[in-house]
Design a protein around this ligand. Structure first.
Ligand SMILES: NC(=O)c1ccc[n+]([C@@H]2O[C@H](COP(=O)([O-])OP(=O)(O)OC[C@H]3O[C@@H](n4cnc5c(N)ncnc54)[C@H](O)[C@@H]3O)[C@@H](O)[C@H]2O)c1
Length: 407
């Protein structure tokens, strides 16, 4: 491959700018040769910003462009699977934005299309984070037998967030709410650390987002393939309480945990402090010694992620190998999504009634209106006893999931 790797970006909305910044850092090996957006004005605005001459309104025309070797798919969720499959059939390698798609069946179709056409497929994933990779390889085996793990996610999203784009907050185009758009990030990292998902189920409802169809709060149980079970909670109705531990993987000789949102930084502690110090030194040395594009001076994680992953696609093609972050692994979090959506489907009203009957929720700002997250914020309501109760449920290590509204 002597010419530069040609990249086409499909979807010129918010996240496309991150892909542009990332690929600009890889200018020695690739170049963005074409953009596509169904909205001509969006494509043209980005074309000007990114300095790209070729713009297509129909993405099939971008896929027919011979200069394009790989595509970055930055469109709403319902388009991830069909666009990936079309791209693979056109012989293009694919880096698709998270979530990989909307259900497990689509994962299978995407992986099949990539394999059949001999193209590389991966999803924007924190699995590429060098710190996480080192901890998974060197620390995880040292924490002993894992008895339990939990994950909690708080991502406040106001009413306006869902009004920004019509695909958000819908079943058919977003495929869910807080789970599929925000929690999916940490589910991806969590399931990867835990070795993949066997089964999952849970409960959800919509409490304070009357303008959307989908969930804004929920919790569930995951049986991992390793035999360990874990529980999770996620909401968009409030920010995290002070001192939140977002993830804990508890072992007999130590633990891996996260105290920052999105699990951007994970950390560990071991009962044997000498061993902990040795591992800490090992991690620091490893990070300090990293070479190559995207490894130094990156503080925006999304930019770094897609930079490392596009670089990996290019190297994988050159070296005739698979991509480092496999599409199968990226698809695992779909099992959690589908498990909880289907499991909780019939119980959303009971969950909601229980929450309104047993806990003090913020009153609406206008008489007769439904209460919203914006009302909650105005009244400085931070989830109160309701959120405390649900978080306690998921921190309970017993291998079953309580559902107080189903008694
Ligand atoms: N915004 C973020 O911070 C963020 C962060 C990480 C990942 N993501 C993911 O990136 C994806 C896109 O998110 P976004 O925030 O950029 O959305 P967005 O709504 O800002 O942009 C999506 C773009 O896709 C275009 N589009 C729709 N149908 C199309 C079609 N048929 N052909 C070509 N273009 C089409 C839209 O016109 C729009 O410009 C989603 O999967 C999202 O979950 C977003």
């Amino acid at each position: 491959m002597s010419k530069k790797f040609g990249i086409g970006i499909i979807g010129c909305g918010e996240i496309s700018a991150s892909h542009y910044r990332a690929y600009r850092e890889l200018a020695d090996e690739c170049e963005i040769v074409a953009l596509s957006d169904a909205v001509e004005a969006a494509a043209k605005r980005r074309a000007q910003e990114f300095g790209v001459e070729t713009v297509y309104i129909d993405y099939h025309d971008l896929l027919a462009d011979k200069r394009v070797d790989a595509v970055a798919i930055c469109t709403p969720h319902y388009l991830h699977a069909p666009m990936t499959i079309d791209a693979a059939n056109a012989g293009k390698h694919v880096l698709v934005e998270k979530p990989m798609c909307m259900n497990v069946g689509e994962v299978h179709e995407m992986v099949h299309a990539a394999k059949k056409n001999g193209v590389r497929l991966t999803m924007s994933s924190e699995q590429v984070n060098p710190r996480h990779r080192w901890i998974r390889e060197h620390v995880l085996p040292e924490i002993g037998d894992i008895s339990f793990t939990f994950l909690v996610d708080f991502y406040y999203r106001n009413i306006g967030y869902y009004e920004k784009a019509r695909w958000r907050g819908t079943w058919d185009r977003e495929g869910g709410g807080i789970f599929v758009n925000q929690a999916i990030y940490t589910w991806d990292t969590w399931q990867w650390l835990m070795g993949g998902v066997d089964t999952a189920y849970g409960y959800w409802t919509n409490l304070l987002h009357p303008n959307i169809e989908v969930e804004d709060i929920g919790y569930g149980l995951v049986n991992f393939r390793s035999g360990v079970h874990g529980k999770f909670f996620a909401t968009s109705i409030c920010d995290e309480p002070e001192g939140t531990v977002w993830m804990r993987i508890a072992g007999s000789k130590g633990e891996i945990f996260a105290v920052l949102p999105w699990l951007y930084t994970i950390d560990f502690s071991l009962n044997d402090k000498t061993q902990e110090e040795e591992l800490r030194d090992g991690l620091e040395n490893h990070l300090a010694g990293l070479q190559g594009p995207g490894q130094q001076n990156w503080n925006d994680t999304h930019d770094r992620r897609v930079l490392l992953q596009m670089h990996d696609i290019i190297q994988a093609v050159k070296e005739n190998r698979d991509v480092t972050i496999s599409p199968e692994s990226c698809g695992e979090s779909m099992k959690i999504l589908n498990g909880i959506h289907w499991g909780g489907w019939n119980h959303t009203e009971a969950f909601k009634k229980w929450a309104y009957t047993n806990f003090e929720l913020p009153p609406p700002s206008r008489p007769g209106a439904l209460p919203t997250v914006d009302d909650a914020r105005l009244q400085n309501w931070r989830g109160g006893k309701l959120v405390e109760t649900l978080v306690d449920l998921v921190k309970d290590p017993t291998p079953s999931l309580a559902a107080p509204f189903l008694s």
